[in-house]
Design a protein around this ligand. Structure first.
Ligand code: UD1
Ligand code: CA
Length: 456
């Protein structure tokens, strides 16, 4: 945490190069929007009341991201460039004093540690500004860092304005700066839109400060992936891959076994307990929380779900918005959705779908079933091929099955329906009336054998 700094995140641009109807900063990498990455990193170095997001293009949607994170927004009317975006913050920010860290909303890989290093460099050099730079193999699109014979930074020149010699420069501007607030606000109005794009470039501040005899420092970071700016969907995929790799690496260092980690996708906010084993090609996304000693089978998808300890999801299963209590099993090829709930030790096998259904403790449905809108008690056996007919074409209806009931294979339970505790349903039944506790229900026609029939 820095105690004297505010953070300004520039996120008002459209991002033309994304070729999208959605503002660039609302695209996601690593399971989080680009702007949310910037906000979350900012919150590691400054309290929420000192974090500001400049919004403009699709302002409402970007503001919603800021509000969800508890930070403030500044409106930029007309996107006249990064310098103009900062000017729009003058009213709210100039009187805060201290320092201002400027982040771009399309740089999701930057780490808080690097920002702290940048701020320390600015402080140690008593500089008016410190900028973050790096060397890249392909500098296309980035502003170039132009240094004098003495090695000191003189200016930043945008790609479009570079001379052939400047284009050869591999050191680029990250778009991230730590400014001393007073000289920034004193000089920012010197930025002129005197470039082919007609924009107010924040990058011009560097030469402006130097001309005013204010010191500028530069931190050249070795890890250039950290300052990867996202301008198009190829770079978005690059950032996604790096964020995914970081996430699985952190999980592994925290005690989770991940098989073939390069194939596994885990969203930023997911938590997984120690000694859980995640199979290849698994996707674990949204607000999922997984306990200790679980197994997530290869190619399974777990989204927005809560799994307690010792839960096993066998390969090729899909679990979304569901809860699995300790020692519950699901799959292979199971589908749990819309508030499915497996109580302790409940087992669901292959080609079983649960929707808005609670399967009680120790209950089993091992093969080929659809259980929807149902409340199923403890130690119930659901035979293969059981279907709850929950939909009559107009409305959904509920099924209740009491503790210890046995539902024979290929039963059709026409909801609304109730099967009492310990009741027994003969295989192949169509059940349309309530089955009392402990009763045997058979809802099928009797078998008739016609002797010698095929010989005739
Ligand atoms: C910018 C830098 C460039 C640097 C690069 C790093 C300038 C002029 N150029 O270029 O030196 O190498 O970032 O990635 O600053 N934005 C606004 N309002 C505006 C314009 C932009 O809020 O009027 C926001 C955008 O939403 C975006 C960020 O500022 O999040 C950067 O804008 P972008 O157009 O991507 O700048 P680059 O051309 O990449
Ligand atoms: Ca950019």
């Amino acid at each position: 945490m820095l105690n004297d700094a505010a953070v300004l995140i520039l996120a008002a641009g459209q991002g033309t190069r994304m070729k999208s109807r959605m503002a660039k900063v609302l695209h996601s990498a690593g399971g989080k929007t680009l702007v949310r990455h910037a906000i979350d990193t900012a919150l590691k170095i400054a309290p929420p009341e000192r974090v500001f997001v400049v919004v403009g293009h699709q302002a409402e949607a970007v503001r919603a991201q800021a509000e969800a994170a508890g930070v403030r927004t500044i409106h930029q009317t007309g996107q006249l460039g990064t310098g103009h975006a900062v000017m729009c913050g003058e009213e709210q920010l100039a009187n805060l004093g201290g320092r201002l860290i400027v982040l771009v909303g399309d740089c999701p890989l930057i780490r808080a540690e690097t920002l702290e290093e940048l701020a320390a460099l600015q402080r140690d050099n008593a500089a008016g500004a410190a900028l973050l730079t790096t060397e890249v193999a392909d500098a296309t699109g980035y502003g170039r860092i132009i240094r004098g014979a003495d090695g000191r930074v003189r200016e930043i020149v945008e790609h479009k304005a570079c001379t052939p010699a400047q284009l050869a420069v591999r050191e680029i501007n990250s778009g991230i700066y730590c400014f001393e607030a007073a000289p920034l606000w004193n000089h920012i109005h010197r930025i002129r839109p005197d470039n082919p794009a007609g924009e107010y470039y924040l990058t011009d501040m560097i030469a402006i400060l130097i001309r005013a005899d204010i010191r500028v420092a530069a931190l050249r970071t070795a890890d250039s992936s950290e300052v990867l700016g996202i301008n198009n969907r190829v770079e978005l995929a690059d950032a996604d891959r790096i964020l995914r790799a970081r996430k699985v690496r952190r999980l592994m260092l925290d005690g989770v076994t991940i098989e073939r980690p390069e194939t596994v996708t885990v969203d930023a906010e997911v938590n997984i307990g120690i000694d859980t084993i995640v199979g290849a090609f698994a996707r674990i996304t949204g607000a999922t929380v997984i306990g200790e000693n679980c197994r997530i089978g290869a190619c399974s998808i777990v989204h927005d779900s809560v799994l307690a300890d010792h839960v096993e999801v066998f390969p090729f299963s899909m679990v979304s918005s569901s809860r699995l209590a300790a020692r519950a099993h699901a799959g292979p090829f199971a589908r749990l959705r819309m508030d499915a709930h497996l109580a302790e030790g409940a087992h669901v096998g292959n080609f079983v779908e649960l929707k808005k259904t609670r399967l009680g403790a120790g209950s089993k449905s091992m093969h080929l079933a659809y259980l929807g809108d149902s409340t199923i008690g403890d130690k119930v056996n659901i035979g293969a091929g059981t279907i709850t007919c929950n939909y009559d074409g107009h409305r959904k209806h509920e099924t209740k099955i009491g503790d210890g009931a046995f539902v024979g294979s290929n039963s059709t339970l026409v909801a609304p329906i109730e099967v009492g505790e310990g009741a027994y349903i003969g295989a192949g039944s169509t059940i349309t009336h309530k089955v009392p506790a402990k009763a045997l229900a058979i809802g099928r026609s009797r078998q008739v054998n016609k002797e010698g029939w095929t010989r005739k």
